[in-house]
Design a protein around this ligand. Structure first.
Ligand SMILES: NC(=O)c1ccc[n+]([C@@H]2O[C@H](COP(=O)([O-])OP(=O)(O)OC[C@H]3O[C@@H](n4cnc5c(N)ncnc54)[C@H](O)[C@@H]3O)[C@@H](O)[C@H]2O)c1
Length: 256
């Protein structure tokens, strides 16, 4: 084995849902840099324009629509013959996302859980069934530190921010759903892993950034580019015996 090729994604077809977003676009770029043919699959085409090139196509995708997912995945299979890597970064949320716990409407809770966790379920099912047919593949789901631990609400004091309750339920669900898929499809050479980022800097209010950073061993928020290494690891042969794992990329947030 030539270990220099361990992280190669050459000759692989990758679909990045939510690939036009803050983290998804870096993941799409990273997979492309490591040799994959990449589809940016997103509900918002306009945001994807800057990242599309001759080896990076676009799939119009709404992860809340079963038919829409079938159409998008079928297009990729028609054009490339297979899908080797699916990274789920799509992040649907309702207009009223971000309400404090006591004000969350039940309809809003249901829509968010259904659209995000439900959408991940639909994407994973379509991806895994295709991968089973073709003899293998890799699924990577974006979860969060809040899928394994509760928010410290003191970091939101002095800002309008909070962490919605549905987020914890969705992200915890994504981590265990990922393990389920790993167990269910392992015999078919389909690996499924989650990545749980900590807070990514995106021009949040200064008061929040300061408090968040002080609570993190590395003393700062993350950058979207810092998620890419884990994706390449989990997408490539470098992690050929890793499945059902949840890899935390959080500057040590969950270490203490
Ligand atoms: N940003 C962070 O601090 C952070 C931290 C931990 C985990 N995460 C997770 O990482 C993932 C990506 O987050 P982000 O910060 O890049 O979000 P983002 O909002 O920047 O990007 C999300 C993308 O999803 C697309 N999208 C929304 N609804 C969709 C739908 N129904 N179908 C298809 N695409 C849809 C959007 O158009 C957007 O391009 C999410 O799962 C998020 O929970 C983010």
């Amino acid at each position: 084995m030539n270990y220099r090729d361990l992280f190669s994604c050459e000759n692989k077809v990758a679909v990045v849902t939510g690939g036009a977003g803050l983290i998804g676009r870096e993941i799409a770029l990273g997979l492309y840099n490591f040799g994959a043919e990449v589809y940016v699959a997103d509900i918002n085409r306009a945001n994807a324009e800057g990242i599309l090139n001759e080896k990076t196509g676009f799939l119009q995708l709404d992860i809340t629509s079963e038919d829409g997912i079938n159409r998008a995945f079928s297009q990729a299979i028609r054009e490339k013959g297979r899908i080797d890597i699916v990274v789920n970064c799509a992040y649907p949320r309702t207009e009223d996302w971000g309400e404090k716990f006591e004000n969350i409407k039940f309809t809003s809770w249901k829509d968010n859980v259904n659209n995000h966790l439900g959408g991940i379920f639909l994407c994973c099912r379509s991806a895994a069934e295709q991968m089973k047919k073709q003899g293998g593949g890799v699924i990577i789901n974006l979860a969060s530190i809040y899928g394994i631990s509760a928010p410290d609400f003191s970091i939101y004091e002095g800002t309008d921010m909070t962490m919605p309750a549905a987020y914890s339920a969705i992200k915890g669900g994504i981590i265990t759903l990922t393990k389920y898929i790993a167990a269910y499809y392992g015999r078919h050479n389909v690996r499924a892993n989650a990545i749980s980022p900590g807070g990514i800097y995106d021009r949040q209010p200064e008061a929040f950034v300061k408090k968040y950073s002080a609570k993190t061993p590395l003393g700062r928020m993350g950058a979207p580019q810092e998620i890419v290494g884990a994706v390449i690891y989990l997408a490539s042969e470098a992690s050929s015996y890793v499945t059902g794992e949840n890899l935390l990329i959080d500057g040590g947030w969950t270490a203490w």
